[in-house]
Design a protein around this ligand. Sequence first.
Ligand SMILES: Cc1cc2nc3c(=O)[nH]c(=O)nc-3n(C[C@H](O)[C@H](O)[C@H](O)COP(=O)(O)OP(=O)(O)OC[C@H]3O[C@@H](n4cnc5c(N)ncnc54)[C@H](O)[C@@H]3O)c2cc1C
Length: 348
Amino acid sequence: MSEREYDYIIVGQGVGGTLLSWFLHERKKTHLVIDNDHYQAASKIAAGVINPITGRKYVKSWRIEELLPFARETYQAISKYINEKIYHDKLIYRGLYSIKDENTWETRKADPVAGQFIVDEPSTEEFDDKVNGIFAYGVLKQGMQVQLGKLVVAYRKILENQNAILSEKFDYAQLEITNSGVKYKDVKAAKIIFAEGYQAQFNPYFKHLAFEPAKGDVLIIKVQGRPFDNILRHKVFVCPIDEEHYWVGSGYRWTFDDDAPDEEKGQELRDKLDEILNVPYEVVDHIAGIRPCVKGRRPFLGRHSEYPNLVIFNGLGTKGASLGPYWANHLIQHLEEDTEIDYEVLVS
Ligand SMILES: Cc1cc2nc3c(=O)[nH]c(=O)nc-3n(C[C@H](O)[C@H](O)[C@H](O)COP(=O)(O)OP(=O)(O)OC[C@H]3O[C@@H](n4cnc5c(N)ncnc54)[C@H](O)[C@@H]3O)c2cc1C
């Protein structure tokens, strides 16, 4: 069997591995991607919302002012490359439920950093009569919806055409660490980057890291006549996917046996939808995925302490769409230019 030689091997082609491949492609670095094409990978299940203000206290998302413009620029460039637009600018309509909520929202609006993401006097016409149980809306601007599933599927096709992807489960037992890098079966590379999402907890070289995966259930619903175009966050997220389908989700489960959809969680989502939506809908699918969450809620980047040619890119958690571009580029910069990895994301 003839040997093939690359600058890098990437294990995993969710949004993490896809973005690493993209930044290597930009630098003309040769690489082989190995991915088992898991149909329930988080990137294929996610809504891909980039939400600049999150949580019950309406807190600005960590470093969002740096992450957002970089994400937009990156997804724009990749859309051109794959010849498919995979992101859309969206407003996010957030339900406020009391005067207290409204006052807290107004305080955020006055904050010079958080305030830049809040619409001053929003029109709520789009949702009037279609939604129940809202006291007032807080509306966020500069939000985005990135079709992560569409991105990984389209990017995979390009890798296939370039003969740059192996569709198989990576077998850690077959990895050899050599003086010049690594060898996997008949493939040699100077470095290997692991981007396996939550399955990195089974990677013998990095399993000591503080992974804390979180499962989420999602309903895909069909609604006639596309009642709204922007994103609704009211007990659940309701995000448009195409002319007649919406993504509805999603809860968090920290203990679970598998990644199969859970009947009970599906019913909880249906109950919430019945409570909030004032338009007829039909559930056409119930899916589930596992987010690569980690204890400190910051991405994991860096090299193995003993084997520096083994590298990890993980911990995209609930925010792969916004964290992915900036930190994938940050890691490739480190590997190619020896720049320092930011202490907030550096693995130890
Ligand atoms: C229900 C749900 C809703 C979400 N909503 C949002 C959202 O609105 N906005 C947002 O930004 N993020 C959201 N996320 C989070 C987002 O999906 C993740 O942050 C992101 O997709 C993680 O990407 P990843 O590449 O690290 O992992 P993954 O997408 O899991 O990709 C890992 C890939 O590696 C492959 N792999 C793993 N092990 C191996 C192996 N040994 N050999 C070969 N291949 C392997 C897997 O098959 C997979 O293809 C959501 C996630 C879920 C589950």
